[in-house]
Design a binder for this molecule. Structure first.
Ligand code: PLP
Length: 368
């Protein structure tokens, strides 16, 4: 058997036909940039999230950059970021001219917490930028309280967390401006690049609607020097179709996550994903296990035709791009340990029972 890490199979059944119909419709509409299809998706996603404003942008990275810019974060400012995240989050802080400051994640949930962020605050800190990593929401109440006490913005990176809830409220609605990515493999994925900024603040939303479209306030009038970062209508049409299935798709991911847990608990030295508390939902964007034998296990599984990935093998502070921040080996031990031991197993909504059983069987063989 061959088990891929991810597929784009026709799931739920009929989705492919709906996506194809949406594509044909957009071809017939002949309005490819902005336009009513984009507005309709922005409204639908906002309604799904419980009422915030949604501004479609070019990708998740742009959504982060524009969120920070909209909040006035730039040179001379510091932004607290997780030491174990994806590079896009850190790049966004650097891009607006601010300084990324790493805080360690909680070793159980892999997410930033108020306890690890607090010691990193300085008079230059303007924002805290946590990632809801692998699909689990951060413990948001303490983070929000910390931000409130110190007059900081919370900016949520929701690129891995479409449809995840913290205390019954969907993430992306807690921070001042929050970023989603619609990269094809995300829980809500387009057929190319796409992203969105989500905000409850109408002034921030108004500013963003101009800024992401060259700063245009009225046709051919430019209130400011903006950029071009727009969601296109073909992507918006596809996202609208898939949004209607998001809860179903996430429920399947959760079922598969529970199943992995039941089947892998106690196998070898495996550490399985933990849900931090009853408040922090998990939609298993990735199912990440840890083991001291990570490289050997990954090689063994590859030989058995089970595809796995590592998210992420090198922590940002070890990247040549971030040498200038001056971190040394051992400075961020939690992130370093996670990078050395994490392995992402195949988990996507239509992973079949035999496929999952095969993955589990091979892992058990490796450890026996
Ligand atoms: C995917 C991802 C991004 C970037 O999204 P793009 O659409 O690829 O630019 C940012 N942050 C995190 C945590 C991600 O997983």
């Amino acid at each position: 058997m061959h088990v891929p890490f991810f597929t784009f199979r026709d799931f739920p059944l009929g989705l492919e036909a709906q996506v194809e119909a949406a594509l044909v419709q957009e071809w017939r509409n002949k309005q490819f940039i902005l336009g009513p299809t984009v507005s309709r998706f922005e409204q639908a996603f906002g309604q799904y999230l419980g009422g915030p404003e949604v501004i479609g942008v070019g990708n998740g990275y742009d959504a982060l950059v524009l969120s920070l810019k909209a909040l006035g974060i730039g040179p001379g400012h510091e932004v607290i970021v997780p030491s174990n995240g994806y590079i896009a989050t850190i790049n966004a802080v650097q891009q607006v001219g601010a300084k990324p400051v790493f805080a360690e994640p909680d070793p159980q949930s892999y997410n930033l917490t108020a306890a690890t962020v607090a010691p990193k605050l300085t008079p230059q800190t303007r924002a805290v930028l946590p990632i809801h990593l692998y699909g689990q929401s951060c413990e948001l109440d303490p983070l929000l309280q910390l931000c409130q006490e110190h007059g900081l913005h919370l900016v949520e990176d929701c690129a891995q967390a479409h449809g995840v809830r913290y205390k019954d409220q969907l993430v992306g609605t807690f921070g001042a401006a929050n970023a989603f990515s619609f990269y094809p493999t995300k829980n809500l994925g387009a057929l190319g690049d796409g992203g969105a900024v989500v905000t409850q603040d109408t002034a921030v939303a108004t500013w963003l609607r101009q800024y992401h479209n060259y700063g245009q306030s009225k046709r051919y009038q430019y209130a400011q020097v903006g950029v071009n970062s727009r969601l296109d209508s073909i992507q918006a049409a596809v996202l609208h179709v898939k949004l209607l299935h998001l809860e179903t798709l996430n429920a399947e991911r959760q079922r598969l996550g529970r199943q992995y847990h039941a089947l892998l608990d106690g196998v070898g030295d495996l550490v399985l994903p933990k849900v931090a508390s009853s408040a922090t939902g998990h939609v298993y964007h990735l199912y990440v296990v840890r083991t001291r034998h990570r490289d050997a296990l990954q090689q063994y599984l590859a030989r058995q035709n089970v595809q796995t990935l590592v998210h992420y093998p090198v922590p940002p502070h070890f990247q040549p791009a971030y040498q200038h921040l001056g971190y040394q080996k051992g400075d961020l031990p939690v992130a370093e340990a996670l990078a050395a031991t994490s392995l992402s197993l195949p988990l996507f909504p239509d992973l079949t029972q035999p496929e999952q059983a095969y993955v589990v069987e091979q892992i058990k063989r490796f450890f026996s």
